[in-house]
Write a protein that binds this ligand. Sequence first.
Ligand code: NAD
Length: 284
Amino acid sequence: MHKIIDGKAIAAALRASLKPEVAALAARGVRPGLAVILAGDDPASRVYVRNKVRACEDTGVRSELHALPGDVAEGVLLDRIAELNRDRTVHGVLVQLPLPAHIAVERVLAALAPEKDVDGFHHENLGALLAGRPGLVPCTPAGVMHILEHEGVRLAGRHAVVVGRSNIVGKPLALLLLQNDATVTICHSKTAQLAEITRQANVLVAAVGRANLIGPEMVKPGACVIDVGINRLPDGSLAGDVDFGRVKDVAGRITPVPGGVGPMTVAMLIANTVRAATRALERT
Ligand code: NAD
């Protein structure tokens, strides 16, 4: 059986499932609020931010966009974060990456209040994930896990191979797969014999940023293949890291790009914002 996973539909269902929680918050006078900080005018970042803001409106979450010039001083950005950390109507703060080169991303992420860090990139949230404690989980890895759960993909005792070791996707995803009892291998740019390893995967996740890196000869027949990559091709179209046209006939299940992991990332951001609002109310 070959199945193309409909990430858009799974994301829409997840967003719809948040509505009762949003309504329960409204009944207590709280509207979840997300602040998105965008520094500079990277075109891809603009598209991502627009999608995030739109998804908020659909789900009854208030959003505010803080657009700062590309040459903004780091201190100004940090002051804005401090203000948003104090603002009781804002439950989630997201800094769209990448930041302009003169700004130290580590300092910026560390300045976020961990309980408002809806991207889950603050070291306190990453540490909570490592220790298996509840925190805010990075959206793309959480979205991948939601897809696997929705599709009924068994993980316990099975081999999951993650290609890519970034702090944003590869590493946190490997931890989540491990928490779900998979046997996990992380591959990266220095991995030797990549194809030999990926061919062993029951679940194969590509999070690299190289179009067509994963060909059909690298995939075990029947495997579940999740493509996180987003690559802009010379003709302007989008492609994942997986050679979708050829791998779809080998894989048991596969996510397309676009329409796979991307919409899930946005839905998880909304879920994290609603969760942050609920937790803020519980603390008062
Ligand atoms: P990154 O550049 O930080 O990390 C890429 C990783 O790929 C590195 O760990 C590197 O070791 C590994 N790598 C590079 N070349 C390799 C090779 N030839 N073989 C094996 N591994 C190799 O990227 P990232 O932020 O983790 O993002 C990865 C991709 O996922 C990008 O295309 C990005 O646009 C996309 N992305 C998508 C979403 C989404 O919502 N769908 C979210 C975040 C990132």
